[in-house]
Design a protein around this ligand. Structure first.
Ligand code: MCN
Length: 757
């Protein structure tokens, strides 16, 4: 028998395959008769398509087809999910019909024998665009008399959501201190290492679409709707995925068009996005302008939070409009703030649609409240840790309903912050800072506390099969794209059967499997698919013990399943190996009992939390920020694999640091993307990231049988305010109160130069 694996840092079973280059990604697939798709895209941000003629492309060498929207009328429009408050939801055709609304929007497609021929033929399409005035940012879009992205949406407003709880006006009247700040949470490009891609094959009446996706089952549903096909006639396979970070969660136009091309041409059709297409065509994220006011007493008690948030939706797509709803639900963070008034406006701009990117709405909320807590501490001249602790929701207050109506499951916010401060030896850090300041250095310490949302429905389904060789196969609906589910789900199942890890195989990414999940996003998998795996394996164990009871003619209560065999307690000689039991079940026509299929429908979300701290130094002459130390204490409930959890913290925190210091999707006033490649959009490299000092507390959730909360996104919530708070602490002595992200050397240097101090 293998030692129990749950809770142990076992190595990822998928890694040997991945690090030796043996994984298969969409672009590795080269079926016979393959043809290739390329897309013509809009080069203007707002325009009328005056002429679009694909005749030249159709005559180009190797071309099988060239289509515009006029040729694809039988396809349905692309799906959009918007809040019920939405005043206007634009229809999105797979290819633009008569108008283009952002640079990079697909307008026509060419299918050719080779990728190069398809791309060359694109140049032979004649397209005349008549430019219209464009709005490229939220401020311009909401200014009086702004040009309209969609004539049907006056003021470029897509939706407005208001939340109000408690006596806000009275709180501001009673306040001894009011802190106000306008915060900009800049737009980001998710920038997965593997760009998007799809390969569609029609075999008889069955369509198979291999796709780089985080959500095969929802892709299948959207393909069926778009192609007007019976879902049973479609199979979606997700091979290896080289990162998604939220951006591969919904179905994109190109994927639907590729599927249609395979259906029409009866040849496998592949499309692989290039990096430039990825920058302007893959949905982007964040892009909030937040005006915030915090009312407090001099002792640090926060009385009320008021905010107006304008969220840049771009042209709006997929479930993008739902993302900022997560912001408005989480604005009060870890604090008991009795009164809240906030307005969220979804704003159209002539830019790439925004949607989910790691954190999806919650980093925007965390940044808002954590910057405000620091500004309050500065205003009061008090320590930021003290001000936080003074306002934390106490550990006895759970389940806790926040003023926006979200109910947190469990938490101990002071516990993580205390652990963090002890780990950092905080008093010493402050002494060191005083010495550094004495020496004229710009030395800062920053912290942030966060609470995230993970898990959530609808139900995930897993199947667990006992194979004839006595091993287990787990079918999961979750679709890992870097999270290590093959390892963690195997850990869950192995222990139930007392098997070594290598006797459990985890299969994922195929809608023909007897499993289901809505998608691997929202740090939901451990709390949902993981729970379904655990329940499924427990059910299978009961079935297997039932089979053994019949085979051994013993009472179930007397049987022990251990070490790959079932035996009568106290009589180890009366035993059946799992192989023999499987064979017996087959002979008895009871093989159905070798398979279990379980759903787990989470009663509600889970709420991971934690606290991060950074020590930074700013170079006075160059404005460069150097991170000297980065410490984090996270709590994702009961942990299945601590090494994987740490890896997730490393990844998320790195992306959060990138938002704080480097990354921004920038558009010029005409809506042209200025950061359309990796030389202009600065992603961090290894030397930009410090060594992380990590610790954990464990506060189980009662909302699933594992007690696990999510960890996949936590770092993206915590790191931006941690770093910005640290840099502002460094610059505080110069009289600099706030700078917007990203804190590039140029921006910081300008601020130092202009600083009063
Ligand atoms: N885990 C654990 N114990 C816990 C919680 C989680 O051992 N208490 C493990 C899980 O079993 C899983 C991993 O940690 O192997 C992450 O689990 P979870 O937090 O449930 O998140 P998901 O698996 O649902 O992953 C989604 C999340 C999101 S939303 C984005 S975006 C994201 C991310 O994960 N994108 C990623 N991590 C990523 N990592 C990589 N490498 N690439 C991406 O694109």
């Amino acid at each position: 028998m293998g030692p129990p694996t749950f809770g142990r840092a076992v190595r990822r079973v998928e890694d040997p395959r991945l690090v030796t280059g043996a994984g298969t990604y969409v672009d590795d697939r080269q079926p016979a008769n393959l043809v290739h798709a390329a897309f013509l895209r809009s080069y203007l941000a707002n325009a009328v398509v005056r002429r679009l003629d694909v005749t030249g492309a159709r005559q180009a060498p190797g071309v099988l087809a060239a289509w515009t929207d006029a040729d694809l009328q039988e396809l349905g429009s692309m799906p959009t999910e918007a809040p019920e408050e939405a005043a206007f939801v634009p229809e999105r055709r797979p290819l633009a019909n008569g108008r283009v609304h952002h640079v990079g929007q697909p307008v026509a497609v060419v299918i050719a024998e080779s990728r190069q021929q398809a791309r060359d033929a694109i140049d032979r399409i004649e397209m005349d665009l008549e430019p219209l005035p464009a709005v490229a940012d939220v401020e311009t879009a909401t200014a009086p008399k702004a040009a309209l992205v969609y004539p049907e949406a006056p003021g470029n407003i897509s939706f407005t959501i208001r939340k109000k709880r408690g006596a806000v006006a009275a709180a501001f009247k009673k306040a001894e201190v009011v802190v106000r700040q306008r915060l900009h949470n800049q737009r980001l490009i998710p920038m997965a290492m593997e760009t998007r891609g799809a390969l569609a094959t029609m075999d008889g009446s069955r369509l198979t679409v291999e796709i780089s996706s985080q959500a095969p089952h929802s892709a299948l549903a959207d393909l069926a709707a778009g192609l007007r096909m019976d879902p049973a006639d479609i199979r979606v396979i997700v091979p290896e995925v080289g990162g998604g970070f939220g951006s591969k969660g919904g179905l994109y136009s190109e994927e639907l068009v590729v599927a249609e091309a395979a259906r029409r041409l009866r040849r496998p059709v592949k499309w692989i996005e290039d990096r430039t297409e990825n920058c302007s065509g893959t949905w982007q994220a964040r892009g909030h302008v937040q005006e915030v006011e915090l009312a407090a007493l001099r002792d640090g008690t926060v009385l009320a939070l008021r905010s107006q948030i304008r969220a840049d939706m771009g042209t709006l797509a997929g479930f993008g409009p739902m993302v900022p709803v997560g912001t408005i639900d989480m604005l009060t963070g870890c604090y008991k703030i009795p009164a809240l008034e906030s307005t969220l406006t979804g704003v159209f701009t002539n830019t790439t649609p925004t949607s989910a990117y790691r954190g999806a709405g919650r980093p925007e909320a965390t940044y808002l409240i954590e910057r405000m807590m620091d500004l309050l501490a500065v205003e009061l001249g008090r320590d930021p840790a003290e001000v936080r602790k003074h306002n934390f929701i106490g550990r006895e207050a759970f389940p806790y309903r926040n003023p926006a109506g979200t109910t947190y499951d469990s938490g101990d916010y002071a516990g993580t912050l205390d652990r963090l401060l002890a780990m950092a030896d905080y008093p010493r850090l402050r002494r060191d800072q005083a010495a550094a300041r004495q020496a004229g250095r710009l030395h800062g310490i920053g912290m942030a506390a966060y609470v995230d949302i993970g898990g959530g429905g609808p139900a995930d389904r897993s199947a667990v099969h006992l194979e004839m060789d006595g091993s287990l196969t787990v079918y999961t609906g979750s679709t890992p794209h870097g999270q290590g589910h093959e390892t963690t789900w195997a850990q869950l199942a192995a222990d139930v059967f007392g098997l070594p890890l290598e006797r459990v195989r985890v299969r994922h990414g195929d809608t023909d499997h007897p499993s289901y999940a809505q998608g691997t996003w929202g740090s939901r998998s451990a709390a949902t698919s993981g729970a379904a795996v655990l329940n499924g394996t427990r059910t299978l164990k009961r079935q297997v013990v039932g089979l053994a009871a019949s085979a051994l003619e013993a009472a179930e209560a007397d049987l022990v399943l251990e070490d790959g065999r079932v035996y009568v307690r106290g009589v180890p000689s009366r035993a059946l190996s799992l192989e023999r039991l499987a064979a017996w079940a087959l002979a008895q026509d009871r093989e159905a009992e070798l398979r279990a299929n379980e759903e787990f429908d989470s009663p509600d979300y889970v709420f991971p939390f934690g606290a991060h701290l950074a020590v930074v130094e700013v170079d006075r002459d160059t404005g460069r920020v150097q991170i000297l130390r980065y410490l984090a204490v996270d709590d994702c409930g009961v942990v299945i694999n601590p090494m994987i959890v740490e890896g997730q913290v490393h990844g998320g925190t790195t992306q959060g640091i990138a938002q704080a210091l480097f990354e921004e999707a920038a558009f010029d006033p005409d809506g042209q993307l200025l950061t359309g490649n990796l030389t202009t959009y600065l992603v961090p490299a290894a030397p930009d990231v410090p060594r992380f000092e990590l610790d954990r507390t464990v506060t189980p959730t009662p909302r699933n049988p594992i007690g696990a909360k999510g960890i996949g996104e936590s770092g993206t919530l915590a790191a931006p305010p941690t770093i910005v708070n640290a840099v502002m602490d460094a610059l505080g002595p110069l009289g600099i109160r706030h700078l917007d992200m990203p804190l590039t050397p140029a921006k910081v240097w300008e601020a130092i130069r202009a600083a009063p101090g």
